[in-house]
Design a protein around this ligand. Structure first.
Ligand SMILES: *[C@@H]1O[C@H](CO)[C@@H](O)[C@H](O)[C@H]1NC(C)=O
Ligand SMILES: *[C@@H]1O[C@H](CO)[C@@H](O)[C@H](O)[C@H]1NC(C)=O
Ligand SMILES: *[C@@H]1O[C@H](CO)[C@@H](O)[C@H](O)[C@H]1NC(C)=O
Ligand SMILES: *[C@@H]1O[C@H](CO)[C@@H](O)[C@H](O)[C@H]1NC(C)=O
Ligand SMILES: *[C@@H]1O[C@H](CO)[C@@H](O)[C@H](O)[C@H]1NC(C)=O
Ligand SMILES: *[C@@H]1O[C@H](CO)[C@@H](O)[C@H](O)[C@H]1NC(C)=O
Ligand SMILES: [Mn+2]
Length: 618
């Protein structure tokens, strides 16, 4: 049993997985959006997410009213988790032995009939790009996409769009994207955007090294220019890699149309993608809109319908999907735009309005945080963000990102930058989410003078307003007293969440990673193994389960409370940890974590949040 625990820190560190180039991230580790369990490997998380989407779709179609939809969303998250943990089926077809890469994600369900040479070629391309370039190269550039829109979007009786819509400029950002994928994006935009609306296509190359993104792409763009004399094709090339924010902003600078749509290059737009977005912006120039991204599988490139959801984030500023606010579902019309706390990297906005509010924070590095920054800025500085279900863009979800081994470094730095500029007294929550010290995180976030001035000049509302009015689902964590590893000073061991799934915390040698992170709240709750960013996710509370039991428990707080278990603890730094209800203490005897009569064992928690609000003890 013990040997198992030894490897955990490494697994947790390895468990951060990115699903979208620009946005959707499912993070695992001490805080996860979809459950309480830590996932040790990337593949399972990706599988979990695809299960999860299928789950959403199935449930969504049968559910009618809002309440059920909310429950369904929760259930589907839980189900996705459970199913993701079941090992893949043992397919022992005769073809199996011809698989050159039996462990490659590319060949899990695709490529059974390929020759060995083709498999090798496909695998090499897959490793380089993170999606199936071999197949992309063989599919028509103008392939048809399945209809994924609500029938009310399609039927002009139910919805019609004004004739005099603003013009649109499309910005495509790319870095070492496959040529056929970019071509298909261009083809779809040209074929599926009304000619009278599409003013320009701006292609921003963030210093790709692929040779065919120069000569071959140039030739293709030339042919498009000849075919489409009314559209301007603008090329922007960076002589060094500048990261997402800068790349998007340089696309914006090159634009002249009324509205800019900033897209990834691994997309195909659906018919009538632009009209619903432009209609919203025409009605109110301060709204920033996002289409719904249908998923294109990285292996077979099939398009999977995505349910429209809000684009949200946690306190580490990883992006995630979430249900809309309850009012949305009361309207019972899935074709209506829904308010969203943030965007996920693909959005459209009035070009001038975006400029007035500061486009994007170009002090961001590489990747991460920029979407959340935009969301908070738009909302607090006078605009709003909406997801528009009638606008659909099919987007390839890569299996892996080819160009950067660990995005979490840039992500953390950018998140702290957003916190410092925008989050006022809540900025410390970002430190907490990244398990950094409460006050001085010691990470260089760059020069924020200009962005601070922007916030003042625009007279933006406080972050507290945003939390209360736009994103009340985010738990403000305002009654936390202490966090970090919790060490028993007498036994010299730490509190650890123990086997997962499971309900028994253990004593273990201190290593201070996810499974040993604890959070102590002013109401006496003590969480082990993580804290949830969202109010709809329950934390796991240390519990005294009953008078005879000597093993402590670790249960969802609400469940434990309903069962009358003791989940509130008295604790003062360097003193005993005593259950308020049973007056028994958490102690360690012979390496065993036990609930017993208090003998005065002392505990110490890593970070204290505010000495001034620290209780005087019992
Ligand atoms: C699964 O496959 C492995 C090797 O391919 C084989 O040894 C094993 O017996 C199979 N298991 C089942 C349940 O078929
Ligand atoms: C492989 O199978 C797919 C469908 O399963 C088919 O479309 C394709 O033509 C086949 N390729 C070869 C080389 O047989
Ligand atoms: C669309 O409009 C038609 C005609 O008014 C109506 O019969 C139909 O129920 C509407 N469809 C939806 C999904 O509202
Ligand atoms: C990428 O950067 C290198 C050196 O910084 C430069 O020589 C090269 O021209 C750049 N490539 C593009 C496509 O701009
Ligand atoms: C546009 O949206 C903003 C932000 O939601 C709102 O304050 C404003 O009143 C709206 N303007 C119009 C003309 O509807
Ligand atoms: C930060 O930027 C501001 C204005 O952009 C500049 O005046 C200031 O000198 C910069 N600070 C540092 C430390 O570079
Ligand atoms: Mn992407």
């Amino acid at each position: 049993m013990r040997a198992l625990w030894f490897k955990r820190p490494v697994l947790i560190l390895g468990a951060i997985v990115i699903l979208f180039y620009l946005g959707l991230i499912v993070k695992s580790g001490h805080e996860t959006a979809v459950g309480t369990v830590t996932d040790p490997d990337a593949g399972r998380i990706i599988k979990r997410f695809s299960d999860l989407e299928e789950g959403i779709n199935k449930l969504y179609n049968v559910m009618q009213d809002f309440g059920q939809k909310q429950d369904a969303m929760q259930k589907m998250l839980a189900d996705g988790k459970t199913r993701a943990r079941t090992p893949p089926e043992n397919k022992s077809t005769p073809d199996e032995k011809h698989k050159v890469f039996p462990d490659s994600a590319l060949f899990k369900k695709w490529g059974d009939n390929l020759s060995e040479d083709d498999q090798k070629e496909a695998q090499a391309l897959f490793e380089k790009y993170g999606y199936n370039v071999f197949l992309s190269d063989r599919l028509p550039l103008d392939r048809a996409l399945p209809e994924t829109r609500d029938s009310r979007c399609v039927n002009s009786v139910n919805k019609s769009y004004p004739k005099d819509l603003p013009s649109i400029g499309v910005v495509l950002i790319y870095l070492n994207e496959a040529l056929s994928v970019i071509k298909r994006a261009l083809r779809s935009i040209i074929d599926r955007t009304p000619k009278n609306l599409l003013k320009e296509i701006i292609m921003v190359d963030d210093n790709s090294s692929n040779e065919n993104l120069q000569g071959d792409l140039d030739l293709y763009v030339k042919s498009l220019e000849q075919e489409n004399p009314t559209i301007s094709f603008i090329r922007v090339r960076h002589s060094e890699q500048r990261g997402l924010s800068y790349a998007r902003a340089s696309g914006w600078r090159a634009a002249t149309a009324d509205v800019v749509a900033i897209l990834d290059a691994h997309i195909e737009v659906q018919v009538m993608w632009a009209e619903p977005l432009l209609t919203q912006i025409k009605a109110n120039r301060t709204v920033v809109v996002s289409p719904v991204f249908d998923r294109v599988n990285f292996d077979d490139l099939e398009v999977i319908n995505y349910v429209a959801s809000a684009q949200a984030f946690d306190w580490a500023l990883w992006c995630m999907y979430e249900s809309f606010m309850p009012e949305y579902y009361k309207l019972k019309d899935d074709s209506l735009p829904g308010k969203s706390p943030s965007v996920m990297g693909i959005f459209a906005a009035d070009r001038k309005f975006l400029g007035e509010i500061g486009v994007l924070d170009e002090g961001m590095k590489v990747y991460g945080g920029e979407n959340v920054e935009l969301g908070i800025r738009v909302w607090t500085c006078g605009g709003s963000v909406e997801v528009v279900p009638c606008s659909r863009i099919a987007h390839i979800e890569r299996s892996h990102k080819p160009y950067l081994p660990d995005l979490s470094i840039a992500m953390k730095r950018n998140a702290l930058r957003v916190a410092e500029i925008w989050m006022d007294e809540y900025k410390h929550n970002v430190n907490l989410a990244w398990n950094l010290p409460f006050e001085n995180h010691g990470i260089d976030i760059g020069n924020i003078t200009e962005r601070k001035h922007l916030r003042e000049r625009l007279n933006c509302k406080p972050f507290k307003w945003y939390l209360e009015n736009v994103y009340p689902k985010l738990d403000s964590w305002d009654n936390l007293l202490a966090y970090g590893g919790m060490k028993n000073l007498d036994a010299n061991m730490c509190l650890d969440q123990g086997p997962v799934p499971g309900h028994t915390p253990i004593a273990y040698n201190c290593y201070y990673y996810g499974p040993q992170f604890t959070y102590y709240r002013a109401n006496g709750e003590l969480y082990i193994g993580g804290i949830k960013s969202h109010k709809y996710n329950d934390n796991r509370c240390l519990t005294d389960t009953g008078s005879k039991e000597t093993e402590p428990g670790l249960f969802n707080c609400k469940e434990a409370m309903q069962k009358g278990m003791g989940i509130n603890w008295d604790f003062t730094q360097g003193k005993e940890l005593k259950n308020k209800q049973t007056k028994r203490c958490l102690e360690i005897t012979k390496g065993q974590l036990l609930i017993q009569e208090c003998s005065g064992q002392r505990w110490e928690i890593q970070h204290i949040i505010k000495a001034s609000v620290w209780p005087t003890g019992s």
